[in-house]
Design a binder for this molecule. Structure first.
Ligand code: AMP
Length: 176
């Protein structure tokens, strides 16, 4: 994507200081989603590196990851798999605990969500410290999927979350 277009997307991401906790600057992507033009530009650009690479499933992380993940799955002709907070998925699950930029949490996946060897990408709205995506990768690995790459709309590079994701192809559209 052209640098000018990335700048246009950046203008649609709003900083909310001290949300949800003191000291956190929350990146609010709702203005970008609200504008049909920037939403489409962002999703098309996120899909681009994976087009023609036979992605079977897009794994998306609750909750904002679902927004970008569902749109990406549609474009890539892939199925969609939700990773959810504990107690939300109705069938048998695997669970993984992890630490966040602001707290700790757990994620679950349905045990039959992915078949061994299926080609997947894992998607979230934002990469901060990398704990969430690390847990997502570990969960998907328990099902022996082939992780083709991980994808983010936004990366907070100063938090060095990439270090937790070494060995994986990382695509992030908008970097701070
Ligand atoms: P992390 O595990 O630290 O990489 O955090 C990533 C997850 O937390 C993503 O699902 C984001 O939605 C959320 N998150 C963490 N920090 C922020 C932030 N500064 N602004 C918006 N979302 C954030």
């Amino acid at each position: 994507m052209a640098p000018g277009s990335i700048e246009e997307l950046k203008l649609k991401i709003r900083d909310i200081p001290d949300f949800p906790r003191q000291g956190i600057v929350f990146k609010d992507i709702t203005p970008l989603l609200n504008d049909p033009r920037t939403f489409k530009q962002a999703i098309d650009a996120m899909a681009h590196p994976f087009i023609g690479r036979h992605i079977d499933r897009v794994v998306s992380i609750e909750a904002r990851g679902f927004i970008v993940g569902a749109a990406l799955a549609y474009i890539l002709n892939a199925g969609l798999i939700p990773l959810r907070k504990p107690g939300k998925l109705p069938f048998l699950t695997h669970r993984m605990a992890y630490t966040l930029e602001y707290g700790s949490a757990e994620l679950e996946i349905h045990r039959d969500a992915v078949k061994p060897g299926q080609r997947v990408i894992i998607v979230d709205d934002l990469l901060a410290t990398g704990g969430t995506m690390r847990a997502a990768i570990d969960l998907v690995k328990t099902l022996e999927a082939d992780i083709v790459g991980v994808s983010f709309l936004v990366e907070l590079s100063f938090l060095q979350g990439r270090q937790q994701l070494q060995g994986h192809e990382i695509c992030s559209l908008i970097t701070y």
